[in-house]
Structure formats: C-alpha cells, structure tokens
Design a protein around this ligand. Structure first.
Ligand code: SF4
Length: 395
C-alpha cells in the first residue's frame, strides 16, 4: 500500500517528540475549509481529538484513506442509529467506574480522555459532558477488588489509562499489586498508535512497568492497532519498549468499514502484529453504538473477511478470535454456511450460558446478535453440549 504523499515518519526512540494535540476540526489543515465547517456539527455531538503525528499519517489526496476514516468525523455519524451504550455496560457497573461482568475480571474505568478519538468508539458516551461512569478516584474499585478473591484480572480502561500521569498510574498499580489475588493487570490503550512517545520518552513509566510486571504477575498491554499503516517505526519501537519493560503485548481491535474490512489489510495487520511481538487477540464485531452507522460491517461479511484473513496468515497471526461483546457475554462467531450463522459463548454473564453453542438463520444484513433469529432445524448437525465449558475454566 504505498502512499507517496504521506510525510515520512522520521522520529525514532532517540528523538523525543512533543505531540501537539488538535482539538478543533477547524484546525485540521488537510481538510478544505468547507469540509471543516460542515463537520463542526458532528464534532459538537461526538467530540473530535487528534494530534499532529497521527494526522501526519493521512494521505489527504485519498478521500478513502483508512487513517482519515478512523479519525476524521463523517456527516453520517449524525444519522439516528444505534444506542450510546449498546452493550449495556451500565448494567454491570457495581460502583462508579467499576464494571464486573465475568467472575475473574474487573474493569476500572479510570480516565475519560484518549490520545485521540476513534470515530467508531463504542464508549463515546464517556467523552460527553453528562458522563458519570468514569471515576478518577479508584479507591472504591480497589476496595471492591480486594474484597473479591476470585478477581485475578483487572483491566484499566476508559478512555485511555496511559493519558493519566505516571504519578497516578503509579498509585493505581501499587494499590493493585498490594492485593495478592490480582495476578494480571491489563492496560487497554491506543497510545502506542496515537502517541508512541508516551512510553518512549518517559523513563519513569518504563521503570514503573518493570517494577510491577513480574515473572508471576504480569502487566498486559491490550494494544489497539486497527490498520497496518499505524505500525510506523516509532509505534514498533514503542511496542519493543513495552516488551523490554516486561509487559506482555496483545492487540484487539474492531472490524471497521473503510478501515480494515478487507482480508488483505486485516491479514497484513495480524501478520505484522505477530512479527513485532503483539499478536492479535480479539477482533470485535462493531457494536451498534450511536454515531457508528458509517463504520458498521454485517456479521456474515465480517466472518468472510476474518476467515480469509486467517487463511492468508500463518502462526500467531491466526490466533485472533472474532467476537461480539454482547450484553449477555462475549459471543464468538465460529462459522457461517448458506443457511446458518454459528456462534458460541466465549464468556457469559449468566453461568447457564457459558460455552453455549447457538445456531441462527443466516441474515447477511444483520449487524448484531439481537437482529438474528434462532434456527429451529439446525440441531441435528451440531451437538451443543460437546462444546459446553470449553473456554470457561479457571484463569
Ligand atoms: S482509544 Fe478506545 S476508548 Fe479511546 S476513542 Fe479509541 S476506541 Fe474509544
């Protein structure tokens, strides 16, 4: 995918970089003035944020440039479509900023800011003024986790935790490490894509990770690269630095129309990620979140893209699972034939649904589990009980 009009990415780990944030669409110089004006209304509903490094990856001569699709608003976002909390995350909030859906894992929503805002974000409600789902004071969450010995995994999320100061991160990591049953701390972050220098230029953060990612209690980076063009030299150096600090790196991203809904692009992404030590973990079906209609890919099409991407790839590049984060659990899309769509609960909120195999009528337009109709003639071809509990063992 050569893009000769893009500026070269010259910065390296040895060249500290001060990112300039761009918070107003009016200040995006690559867009013609009339487009900036037209998109202002979109940014009044769904906030815009970018930075000079990331905007510099865009080929402005290509209206379909994937990086542009990811970060520049579109008028279609204003269509009346979807819900702000499409997976009912509010239903699993046990305290402000604390989500507990599966026995072993607690989410701490500790920050409501990101390095830039992905247009297809499923948590865009957190960036709105009326949001009260994020808390900067995680003490209640820490007490909740300490009182629940089954919780072995804590995911710091938001927003982007790596937008917090290193001092705050130190307090949170130290508090979590003081709880003996917390083994894995995951940090969900797109900063390695938006601003690789967040880690490269901060020796204190590097030291913090070295201290708290130990042989028996690792920190995991749940990175978020959506397109191989995000894997610039500084981004790859950034992942290398995480690895050198003892952080285990994996990638999770949604399937997004106009960005990575192409088997070749997805396969390139998965392969490159596996080469740099950040193999793919989850590929998410996009949630039907308000504003996200222009980014939606139907389940059947998504399955075809995913299957083809895995076919082209090899080894660790094929480790991804294609899942829907539904209100009832994490549902893996495991097959499609001419009549049916086959799903299985990879994780389930209700213990009775764990590992449950599901067969639905094929619907090529369906975008989400709620739009599918159960098949009533598919049971002879599959034995659902043989799959029960496959992925629900102790972590
Ligand atoms: S980095 Fe994650 S939380 Fe932030 S805007 Fe992108 S998808 Fe949303």
């Amino acid at each position: 995918m050569p893009h000769s009009n893009r500026p070269p990415i010259a910065e390296t780990a040895t060249s500290p970089r001060r990112i300039q944030y761009v918070n107003r669409i009016e200040n995006v110089s690559g867009l013609p003035p009339e487009q900036r004006e037209a998109l202002r209304e979109v940014t009044q509903r769904y906030v815009f944020r970018a930075n000079d490094y990331y905007l510099g990856l865009i080929d402005w001569n290509d209206p379909n440039d994937p990086i542009r699709q990811l970060i520049i608003p579109r008028l279609e976002e204003l269509h009346d479509w979807g819900r702000l909390d499409a997976s009912d995350e509010a239903a699993v909030s046990v305290a402000p900023g604390v989500q507990h859906k599966y026995p072993h894992t607690v989410l701490l929503l500790c920050n409501e800011v990101c390095g830039a805002y992905c247009r297809y974000c499923f948590r865009k409600r957190l960036f709105m003024d009326e949001n009260d789902e994020v808390t900067h004071d995680v003490s209640e969450g820490i007490r909740y986790i300490a009182a629940n010995p089954a919780v072995t995994n804590v995911l710091l999320t938001g927003g982007d935790p790596l937008l917090m100061s290193t001092r705050r991160l130190r307090e949170i990591l130290a508090a979590l490490r003081a709880i003996p049953h917390v083994r894995i701390i995951r940090i969900g972050s797109k900063m390695p894509a938006f601003n690789p220098w967040r880690l490269l230029d901060d020796p204190d953060l590097q030291e913090l990770f070295r201290t708290h990612s130990t042989p028996r209690k690792r920190i995991y980076l749940m990175a978020h690269f959506d397109h191989p063009r995000e894997l610039t030299d500084p981004a790859v150096e950034g992942i290398d630095q995480f690895l050198r600090c003892g952080v285990v790196c994996v990638n999770q991203c949604p399937l997004i129309r106009g960005i990575n809904d192409d088997p070749r692009v997805l396969s390139d992404l998965f392969r490159e990620l596996s080469f740099i030590g950040c193999p793919p973990y989850y590929l998410f079906q996009g949630r039907p979140t308000a504003g996200n209609e222009p980014y939606a890919v139907p389940i059947v099409r998504g399955w075809e893209i995913f299957r083809e991407a895995l076919r082209i790839g090899s080894g660790l590049a094929r480790r991804a699972r294609y899942v829907m984060s539904h209100a009832t659990g994490k549902v893996a899309i495991v097959g499609v034939d001419d009549r049916h769509i086959y799903l299985r609960y990879h994780r389930a909120k209700d213990p009775d649904l764990r590992g449950r195999f599901l067969v639905y009528e094929r619907d090529d337009a369906a975008l989400w589990l709620d739009e599918l109709h159960p098949a009533d003639d598919a049971s002879p071809r599959f034995e659902p009980t043989s799959l029960l509990g496959v992925d629900e063992g102790p972590e």
